[in-house]
Design a protein around this ligand. Structure first.
Ligand code: NDP
Ligand code: 8X3
Length: 270
């Protein structure tokens, strides 16, 4: 088909532009940085999150800077029917050109002893980090499997999915689930040549701690004081690196921490 197109001087979609990267949680932090770096490389984007104004602003600024398509899709990953409807509502030429899914939307809510934990916080973490990732994956994977070209899923796990630290209980459990689901997806999608990777970051300065500490700026700032934490751009660069390996290479898992962090609880502060 491509050879015929060349002879006739017809450009196929693949020749004209790069496919779509579908990014959850693109209204802030890692997801926003991923949107920016992939657009710079010429990928079109589906960017999702609950804050539509943020998504619209990001879409406008990316479109002004790069010659790519950006589709915004506003929904809550915890709501299965919203997820299904939002994915189904994408234009057909977008759905049929989704090549890469970045499952990034997630959060921690609260940090403290398990017996003092609030069940509402637990629900928010499990519903977002585990069930939300599953709902989005179920809706988007059929398009990735059907895409004629590079197929990849990147799950944003955490160092908290590799070890458990005091007060991290349910957040750590949710990210251990992401670690297991990444391995499960890699096995189940092997027949379809879908690369499945995980990025597991340590401390990175984003809105994460403001969400975790429920708007307490002092507590959020304290999380990043006395050392240089990772930046959202560091994670986006890794995501792009994973996607730009040769066809025969899949990087399964990357654990990335600030240089000052040796494990979840050991940070060298000034
Ligand atoms: P931010 O708080 O900066 O961004 C989180 C993003 O997730 C936002 O775009 C938010 O969008 C979206 N999101 C949260 N809940 C929902 C929901 N219910 N439905 C849809 N979107 C949602 O945090 P980060 O960028 O730091 O976090 C991104 C991922 O990285 C998370 O999975 C987090 O657990 C993980 N991580 C973060 C680390 C860190 O230190 N920062 C380290 C390791 C992992 P909106 O509010 O608009 O819905
Ligand atoms: C976020 C990193 O160490 O706060 O996933 O759990 S940590």
């Amino acid at each position: 088909m491509e050879a015929v197109s060349k002879i006739l001087g017809i450009q196929t979609f693949k020749e004209m532009k790069k496919p779509f990267v579908y990014i959850t949680g693109a209204s802030a932090g890692f997801g926003k940085a991923c949107a920016e770096i992939f657009a710079k490389e010429g990928y079109s984007l589906v960017i999702t999150g609950r804050r539509n104004e943020r998504l619209a602003e990001l879409a406008e600024s990316i479109k002004a800077d790069h010659n790519v398509e950006v589709v915004t899709s506003c929904y809550d990953v915890r709501n299965e029917s919203e997820v299904k409807e939002a994915v189904a509502a994408l234009p057909d030429d977008v759905k049929s050109n989704i090549s890469i899914l970045i499952n990034n939307a997630g959060l921690a809510v609260g940090r403290g002893p398990i017996d003092e934990g609030l069940t509402d916080d637990w629900d928010r973490m499990i519903d977002t980090n585990v069930k939300g990732l599953l709902y989005v994956s179920k809706a988007v994977i059929p398009f990735i499997k059907a895409f004629d070209g590079h197929r990849q899923i990147i799950n944003i796990g955490s160092l908290a999915g590799k070890e458990v630290y005091p007060g991290g209980n349910v957040y750590c459990a949710s990210k251990h689930a992401v670690d297991a689901l990444t391995k499960g997806m890699r096995l189940d999608l092997l027949p379809y040549n879908v690369k499945v990777s995980q990025i597991a970051p340590g401390m990175a300065e984003t809105e994460f701690s403001m969400v975790r500490f429920k708007g307490n700026q002092d507590k959020a700032d304290a999380a990043y004081e006395g050392y240089d934490p990772l930046l959202a751009e560091d994670i986006a660069e890794i995501a792009l690196f994973l996607v730009t390996r040769p066809a025969h290479v899949n990087i399964n898992d990357i654990v990335i921490t600030p240089t000052a962090q040796a494990n979840s609880v050991t940070i060298k502060k000034n």
